[in-house]
Design a protein around this ligand. Structure first.
Ligand code: NDP
Length: 327
């Protein structure tokens, strides 16, 4: 028997609760993992609270990420004792996830824990941090270099935003952080932002095209923020869009794309191919300052995850949340 968060939907409604379950609840898979750390991402908070239809099978253990040690494996790639991480692949949505002491998954979904990270540090990064790195890689591969100018990071105090700022600063970029929490300006500057702006500058309906400012953008907010970011991106610049914290709509015109040659990259972490994930994690192990990661990380217990999910959706949680699944 082991502890797990369990989401149910039945005649009584949608519910999430900490429960003691056994392995018969877990779906089929060729690798069973002793989960050491999991995390709370925005999507996990949506799943736990039932705010969006993230969970598509019931009962479901939420948690799109986990890191731990292989307990048993019939997959040739993994053996008992291997340290592994998992991000996405529908885990925590259609396949029981990481907010439990034990998980059973397909071996091809797992990655080896990078040697310079502990399982806790890997989950402090989690899907949000790995997605931030996918965004950085998109801008880099577009050819944007530090000398090209400012990079805008929206949703700056959140998980994606915090890791993006830390990585960009290490790489020498000049980062402008857009936040609704100006009282977090010292935190954002300590991560490496050179300037902090109020998100209200970007969140209202704006012009089809406006003054060129950003060499590149990492956006986790969507809606008018994304439209305004595109409208003020420099000639042949690029925008990496990964989130919808401010809305799923995209009230933009084609002007930035056809007049300024701006490129909009869509970033998906869930189904990203193995080599893309490996590259992102390898770059995180090289380019993310562990001291900054510690400042970004906030530890909670499995038993408090339901309450923290509500706070996270209310925009009250800063940085990344790691979950100790044993407590
Ligand atoms: P967090 O909740 O940690 O951060 C989101 C941040 O967005 C908040 O901290 C806040 O930053 C800002 N924000 C919140 N609400 C609003 C609002 N109404 N308007 C404008 N800004 C707002 O979430 P994550 O960083 O984990 O995820 C961010 C987004 O990226 C989510 O939409 C998530 O679903 C998405 N995502 C997508 C992935 C993919 O594969 N494409 C993978 C991972 C995440 P501040 O207070 O600084 O303004």
């Amino acid at each position: 028997m082991f502890k797990a968060l369990l989401i149910n939907k039945d005649d009584a409604g949608y519910s999430a609760a900490l429960q003691t379950i056994d392995e018969t609840v877990l779906p089929a898979g060729d690798v069973t993992v002793q989960v050491e750390w999991s995390t709370l991402n925005y999507k996990d908070a949506l799943a736990i609270t039932g705010t969006s239809p993230v969970v598509r099978r019931f009962p479901m253990v939420p948690g799109i990420d986990f890191a731990g040690t292989v307990l048993s494996s019939t997959n040739a790639a993994w053996a008992a004792g291997d340290k592994v991480i998992l991000n996405g692949w529908g885990v925590g949505e259609t396949h029981c996830g990481g907010l439990a002491e034990v998980a059973r998954v397909k071996g091809e979904w797992l990655l080896a824990l990078p040697s310079n990270f502990t399982t806790r540090q890997a989950m402090a990064i989690g899907t949000a941090g790995y997605t931030a790195m996918l965004c950085v890689l998109a801008l880099e591969k577009h050819g944007i270099r530090p000398a090209d100018g400012e990079i805008l990071v929206t949703g700056a105090s959140g998980g994606v935003g915090s890791v993006a700022i830390a990585v960009l600063a290490t790489l020498g970029y000049t980062v402008v952080a857009s936040t609704g929490r100006l009282d977090e300006a010292d935190y954002l500057k300590a991560l490496g932002a050179s300037q902090v702006i109020d998100r209200s500058e970007l969140s209202k309906p704006g012009k089809a095209i406006s003054k060129e400012r950003w060499a590149g953008v990492i956006d986790s907010v969507g809606s008018h923020t994304l439209a305004n970011a595109c409208a003020s991106t420099k000639y042949r610049g690029a925008v990496a869009a990964c989130g919808l914290a401010g809305g799923m709509d995209f009230p933009a015109t084609v002007a930035p794309f056809i007049l300024r040659g701006v490129t909009l990259y869509g970033i998906d972490s869930v189904m990203a191919p193995l080599q893309v994930r490996q590259e992102a994690w390898q770059r995180l192990s090289r380019d993310l300052d562990i001291a900054k990661l510690d400042a970004i990380t906030h530890e909670i217990t499995l038993s408090s995850a339901i309450a923290v999910a509500t706070e996270l959706l209310a925009g009250k949680v800063r940085g990344r949340v790691v979950v100790d699944v044993k407590r």
